[in-house]
Design a protein around this ligand. Structure first.
Ligand SMILES: O=C(O)c1cc(=O)[nH]c(=O)n1[C@@H]1O[C@H](COP(=O)(O)O)[C@@H](O)[C@H]1O
Length: 224
């Protein structure tokens, strides 16, 4: 069985990331390493976590001119993550070049509208339309650019999947009922997000900040 939960190891501390990965490894489908981990630990850190045997989701959310992003993806060669993120708002050419630079086995997925943003935040950066409409627009662009899928909140995933039946749908902003939202604004429970069509559920603090991360991951999985 491919497990849908990827635990977000959001820490610059390699030993701490490794300790949590070891605890949850039998209850998750993979681990997500983000910007703070990569800036602090680089290729070496990714290799250390990969040695635990779980698929690696390298969440660098690349967003720059096409040449720079393509070179950055080339510079990841040898790490061969299972999943890599870029920002869809970097545009079609940037996404095309990122995909062309990635190894064949790496799924390149585009972040659409961050789950920490709501309609007011979009208006403040000059984006007209609600998150649902903006996600729909960027889903179409990511698909045209030849990417493998997108990142969106649980609120948009059903529509995204209808628009792109073969895509990979990564859903963060996932909170068990009653859990602290933190900085997330567009949220769903893990079960709701999974039933709405999420292929991968990205879950950080509800697992990593729990007294027993393995039990937290197991409990969430049992609701799916
Ligand atoms: O690309 C992501 O993974 C991502 C996109 C997004 O829109 N929202 C979002 O929260 N994430 C990531 O998902 C994780 C969520 O962590 P928690 O809020 O602790 O569950 C973090 O590592 C974020 O970087």
């Amino acid at each position: 069985m491919t497990r849908p939960i990827y635990v977000a190891l959001d820490t610059p501390d390699l030993a701490a990331a490794k300790a949590i990965a070891e605890k949850v490894r039998h209850h998750v489908g993979g681990v997500k390493l983000g910007l703070e981990f990569f800036v602090a630990n680089g290729h070496h850190g990714v290799r250390e976590i990969a040695a635990l045997g779980l698929p690696i989701f390298l969440d660098l959310k690349l967003h720059d001119i096409p040449n720079t992003v393509a070179k950055a993806v080339q510079a990841l060669r040898g790490l061969d993550p299972a999943i890599l993120t870029v920002h869809a708002s970097g545009g079609r050419a940037m996404m095309e070049d990122a995909k062309a630079a990635a190894p064949a086995g790496t799924k390149v997925v585009a972040v659409t509208v961050l789950t920490s943003l709501d309609g007011d935040d979009l208006a403040a950066i000059g984006v007209n339309g609600d998150p649902q409409a903006q996600v729909a627009r960027l889903v179409a662009l990511a698909r045209e650019a030849g990417l493998d899928g997108i990142v969106c909140s649980g609120n948009e995933v059903a529509a995204a999947k209808r628009a792109w039946p073969g895509g990979l749908f990564v859903v963060p902003g996932v909170r068990p009922a009653g859990a602290d939202a933190g900085d997330q604004k567009r949220m769903m429970t893990p079960a709701q997000a999974r039933h709405a069509g999420a292929s991968v559920l990205v879950i950080g603090r509800p697992i990593t900040a729990a007294a027993d991360p393995a039990e937290a991951a197991r409990a969430i999985e049992s609701t799916l």
